[in-house]
Design a protein around this ligand. Structure first.
Ligand code: GLN
Length: 397
């Protein structure tokens, strides 16, 4: 007997499947080299894998503490001291989560009441706005401006008010590769103190910063410290995005609220992975210190391969993403960014991400796509060859 489907009143009626899943599936279906979703095509450090193997046979198969394995939280505390000269209490200020996406969701659910406003800078990672909507919050979208996609401080002053509960920043920035500077953070701190709001600082690309720049963490700014929830992850840093181990650093009163939600979202995070990461962090053989140089070289290689093809490459100061403007490539210039990403994936054999999906109101006629260069050199060369071949075909009448 046929039964009619039960009707469902969607809580996210406008939303489809995340662009990362859509493009990775398209890449697979069409046999394209996947430079869309951000993940490396090479292995994590061997010593991390060895630590994991060891910990698999060490009896670490039951629930860890809800806020994370103590040894891992201690290593995170040391890492914060080492890189930012900031001392936090590993018991009351660090919570291990199952990926940064969980930590973002938990932060928003824990702090945002129905009707509260949350400031989001577009283009923005696609997990922010749905989390706000599910909490009943109101997202206030501001656009980043200029070649480095900077915060427009005047526009920011006009949008924040006593209705603002939370402001979300992301540096190094996905998808643009920009860095927030200390002055902007100080400005945000002044506004946060004046209007009494919190700051979610998404810093998952903290260890990939190029050209001699230094990443400034929001927790380094004394006036922001007691209002900030800093979120980072080991997925990017250790080439292990599938491990889904991340953490949130926040003052004790915010951490209490954070954990109230975290305990009923995932409760805990995979135990052997936490131990393995703790072991590796105790002596990473220079992995983190060398990571920026490792990715800077890949960025330079990728840029050298792509610019002769007519792509204009925007400055990428951090992350493993490169924005490319295709408006000067006759075969592509007429396409919207979504059509361009689809064409490149299906027809050219190289998958990319359109940028318009990261905006509430995308700028008209913007011709930008994002490539991920966290790939073996051979993969990057092959991708450039494929693009060159098809572009040459198109150019010949
Ligand atoms: N952060 C990754 C990216 O931007 C994707 C994460 C995800 O797929 N949820 O490509």
């Amino acid at each position: 007997m046929n039964q009619a489907e039960a009707s469902v009143s969607s809580k996210l009626p406008e939303l489809g499947t995340t662009i990362f899943t859509v493009m990775s599936k398209m890449a697979q279906d069409f046999g394209a080299i996947n430079l869309s979703q951000g993940f490396p095509d090479f292995e994590p450090p061997e010593r991390l894998l060895e630590a994991f193997r060891q910990r698999l046979s060490g009896g670490h198969h039951q629930y860890p503490p809800m806020h994370g394995v103590a040894a891992l939280r201690t290593q995170i505390q040391k890492k914060l001291e080492r890189f930012y000269q900031v001392t936090v209490d590993s018991e009351t200020e660090i919570t291990v989560t199952s990926g940064a996406t969980e930590a973002i969701f938990v932060t928003v659910q824990a702090l945002v009441h129905p009707g509260d406003e949350v400031v989001i800078f577009d283009p923005a990672f696609d997990a922010y706005a749905p989390a706000v909507a599910l909490a009943g919050g109101i997202a206030k979208h501001l656009q980043l401006t200029g070649p480095h996609f900077e915060v427009d401080e005047t526009a920011l002053e006009q949008v924040v008010s006593s209705r603002t509960r939370l402001l979300i920043i992301n540096s190094p920035h996905n998808p643009c590769g920009g860095l927030i500077n200390r002055e902007t953070l100080e400005h945000i701190a002044a506004l946060a103190n004046r209007f009494d709001f919190y700051v979610l600082s998404d810093e998952v690309y903290e260890h990939m910063v190029f050209d001699g720049h230094r990443h400034v963490s929001a927790i380094e700014i004394p006036a922001l410290r007691r209002r900030t929830l800093m979120i980072s992850s080991f997925g990017k840093t250790f080439h292990a995005t599938g491990w889904k181990v991340a953490y949130c650093v926040a003052p004790p009163n915010l951490t209490i609220e954070f954990r109230k939600v975290h305990q009923f979202v995932t409760f805990t995070t995979h135990t052997p992975c936490q131990w393995a990461i703790a072991d590796f962090l105790a002596n990473d053989g220079g992995h983190i210190a060398d990571l920026s140089k490792f990715y800077e070289r890949k960025r330079d290689l990728f840029n050298a391969l792509l610019s002769p093809l007519g792509f204009q490459l925007l400055p990428s100061q951090g992350t493993y993403f490169q924005l490319a403007d295709y408006s000067r490539i006759p075969a592509l210039a007429g396409l919207t960014d979504t059509a361009c990403a689809n064409t490149l994936t299906q027809d050219y054999g190289v998958a990319a991400i359109p940028i318009s999906v990261f905006y509430k109101t995308p700028p008209k006629n913007q011709r930008l796509i994002r490539f991920c260069f966290a790939k073996d050199d051979e993969t990057l060369k092959l991708a450039a060859e494929r693009l060159a071949l098809r572009l040459k075909d198109k150019a010949t009448p």
